[in-house]
Design a protein around this ligand. Structure first.
Ligand code: SAM
Length: 270
């Protein structure tokens, strides 16, 4: 009997195991792992992707939270010298522990839907270490990541991901490719951090604050949603029309607002 029948999928860990070999091959081709690569897989589960990642001869670290699966993975990859297993929560993992060179880590994961957004934010905080990321996510989340300004999908996730990375929605995957099947469609996304940010903010925390405040009430005008952080004059000093709604602004405009906030905070300290 194979491992897939021995382990009962746990809902609280978002376990939907990939069994479709066509989809697995397509993901591996998209990643195209090579000897010498530094791979990090989040949530290897029973090893659907891990098998091919290990056989690429790249150096592979994996982080798995489920103790039962950790035992299965230990047995399965005991002989693979390029394989290192970390038991624990990827949301709390200190990526600097991997001692990876700047822009070297290639992160991979069929991510549990309940942790995908916080995990991606955690990785973006370490974007300088990352060469690229390939994730299986809920299709709707990928659409939000890849969205353009002006529509309902454009929001905090789109802006914070696109501030750091080029985003490619590679292909969609239906529920039947997983066991048990999830209730939603999934998609594969590739995120590639920019070597140089196209629109660097003076202070990334100010950008985070502005974007959060702006999208707290996405139907209201910027003048209204930002009133606790910037006056209408300050919004206009950033060359932004305060009567627009947040979803109408591109990243460059959000960065100008964030820089305005940073300047105002610096002036208050004088
Ligand atoms: N990669 C496998 C596959 O494609 O079949 C499993 C994918 S399953 C959707 C998600 C995996 O992430 C499970 O193995 C689950 O136990 C693990 N996981 C869930 N939460 C986690 C966390 N916070 N940190 C690390 N792994 C986690």
């Amino acid at each position: 009997m194979s491992d897939i029948y021995q382990h009962r999928a746990r809902k609280r860990f978002g376990q939907n195991f990939l069994h479709d070999t066509g989809v697995i091959d397509r993901i591996i081709r998209a990643i195209s792992p090579r000897e010498g690569d530094r791979l990090l897989e989040i949530g290897p589960g029973q090893g659907a992707l891990t098998d091919s990642l290990v056989s690429s001869a790249a150096k592979l670290d994996v982080i798995e939270i489920d103790r039962d699966l950790v035992e299965i993975l230990k047995d399965k990859f005991a002989l693979s010298k390029n394989f290192t297993l970390h038991e624990g929560d990827a949301l709390k993992f200190d990526f600097t522990r991997l001692e990876a060179a700047p822009s070297s880590l290639r992160v991979v994961g069929n991510l549990p839907y309940n942790i995908s957004t916080p995990l991606i934010f955690h990785l973006l905080n370490n974007a300088h270490l990352v060469r690229d990321m390939h994730f299986m996510l809920q299709k709707e989340v990928v659409q939000r990541m890849a969205a353009k300004p002006g529509g309902g999908d454009w929001g905090r996730l789109s802006i914070m991901v696109q501030y750091h990375c080029r985003v490619e929605h590679l292909f969609n995957v239906g529920p039947g490719s997983f066991s048990p099947p999830p209730k939603v469609d999934s998609a594969i996304v590739r995120l590639t951090p920019y070597a140089e940010l196209p629109h660097p903010a003076k202070d990334a925390r100010a950008l985070d604050r502005i974007v959060r405040e702006a999208f707290n009430q996405r139907r209201k005008t910027l003048r209204n949603t930002l009133k606790n952080v910037l006056s209408n004059e300050e919004i206009e000093a950033a060359a932004v029309d305060g009567s627009l709604r947040p979803e109408q602004l591109d990243i460059a405009a959000f960065v100008r607002l964030a820089d305005q906030l940073s300047e105002q905070q610096a002036a208050e300290l004088l």
